[in-house]
Design a protein around this ligand. Sequence first.
Ligand code: ADE
Length: 333
Amino acid sequence: MTGCYVRCVTPFTRELLSWFSANRRTLPWREARTPYRVWVSEAMLQQTQVATVIPYFTRWLTRFPTLEALAAAPLADVLKAWEGLGYYRRARLLHEGAKRVAAQHGGVLPTRYDELVKLPGVGPYTAAAVASLSFGEPVLAVDGNVKRVAARLFCLPGEVKVRDANARLTPYLPETEAGAFNEALMELGATVCTPRSPRCEVCPVSPHCGAYRAGQVARFPEPKMRKRVPRLHRFALVCKKDGALWLRERSQSEMLGGLWGFVLSETEPVGVKLEPVRHAYTHLKITATPVVVGAPPEVGAWVKVSELDALPLSRLDYKILEQVREMAVDKLA
Ligand code: ADE
């Protein structure tokens, strides 16, 4: 595809937008659109599928209907509402960002990209999504879907950088419909120009697609070099008494900060070992062997099993909990 360097509405843009208006999915964050709803949905949608996000988004808006409500909520409630979505840093930063907007902007989100991007947790993607979808600012929001679409449209070699996708697509960004253009590209990537088996036969822009025209769609995007992630082994100290477990609230500075969980130890404690559990994060893989120990470790608190539901726990800790329950070491509840 070749660019239109004076910003005009190109046939590519027109065809993409008209496809989007006929094919856009009905999604909760597309209804009653407010900047706050856009912000929350975009924070949730990073690295997470639409189908997973929908129930979280709906619950979130019931629990924290406004930015002020979010800013006023305790962090533990925020993490609890996020529980299961993973990447908890996003939830902590969303909370930080809401507090900042409440304190410094009178509870009203700034309207411009340059201001939005200064907020905690708002990176270039989220700032561009909020600025374009809520306020119509003509800035491109480049996520993983958009990078893949750009790689195919322009036959981009190697790993596609946000900068490259931006440079190639910006000439097609319509001055007055930037939000729809961004969402149309994301939608195309999510539903047609998918990672495997893209549906080029129904693609509205295949005549403009370099990879399609060259019969090379399978070649793009070119595979990334996979980074090897470190593997950790830890022992999860399981200590129980009268229907309570010994757990610890992780500090903000550590991984899974603000979440509760079993105390993890690098050294093997004395006790009864249960089946190890495994969990993969983007940057590391962890294997935790639960060990039922006789006395509680130094830091932590007794938490009644009946009260566990109220606390935010990570997936790893739920897996450990499952082992503890399955092994019926004792009646926990
Ligand atoms: N992925 C990221 N943002 C999205 C949006 N607004 N709609 C659908 N999928 C998305």
